[in-house]
Write a protein that binds this ligand. Structure first.
Ligand code: ADP
Length: 163
């Protein structure tokens, strides 16, 4: 069975992420979408919320499972029996960081490959931070977010995370 991990902050999951998930779920038998705990970022949504958003947006993909981890990524991937880490590449700006991460992970765990999927051009401009900014100003989010989670994101950003 081919198993892969798609890691990220997913704060929150966007249509760009979902596009990568849909495509990777066709390549692998099992895909773990893993919210990684990153001590350098202060997320707007809690781990549980981010996982819940992923679960709701990916319900139609039977071979996709949402999880979270504070472990080293390659260790988490190994514990899942994954042979591959999937990443989405939006532009040159993503490349340098992703290249460095891929080589580091390869050094730590030579058996695990990193597979890059190019962002769909429709979503190549999209990031979670842009969406959060748009949400604050009441923009229409239908072009950015999975429909299952829009209402929750609007509520949370409108009330400054107080509800
Ligand atoms: P962000 O940069 O939006 O905070 P994450 O840290 O959650 O994103 O990203 C997780 C993975 O998804 C990374 O590999 C990132 O390059 C990829 N990704 C993010 N947004 C998109 C998009 N719009 N299209 C394709 N891949 C994306």
């Amino acid at each position: 069975m081919s198993i892969a991990v798609y890691p990220g902050s997913f704060d929150p999951i966007t249509l760009g992420h979902l596009n990568i998930i849909r495509r990777a779920s066709r390549v692998f038998d099992q895909l773990y979408v893993c919210v990684m705990v990153n001590s350098e970022k202060s997320p707007m949504f809690s781990l549980e919320e981010r996982m819940d958003f992923i679960k709701r947006a990916t319900e139609r993909f039977p071979n996709v499972k949402a999880e979270y981890s504070s472990e080293l990524l390659v260790r988490y991937a190994k514990s899942k029996g994954a042979s591959c880490i999937v990443k989405g590449l939006r532009a040159i700006t993503d490349f340098e960081m992703e290249f460095q991460m891929a080589l580091t992970n390869k050094k730590l765990e030579p058996d695990i490959e990193t597979l890059f999927l190019t962002a769909d051009e429709k979503y190549s401009y999209l990031s979670s931070s842009v969406v959060k900014e748009m949400a604050k100003y009441g923009a229409d989010l239908t072009h950015f977010l999975p429909h299952e989670i829009i209402e929750d994101i609007v509520k949370k950003t409108q009330y400054g995370g107080k509800r």
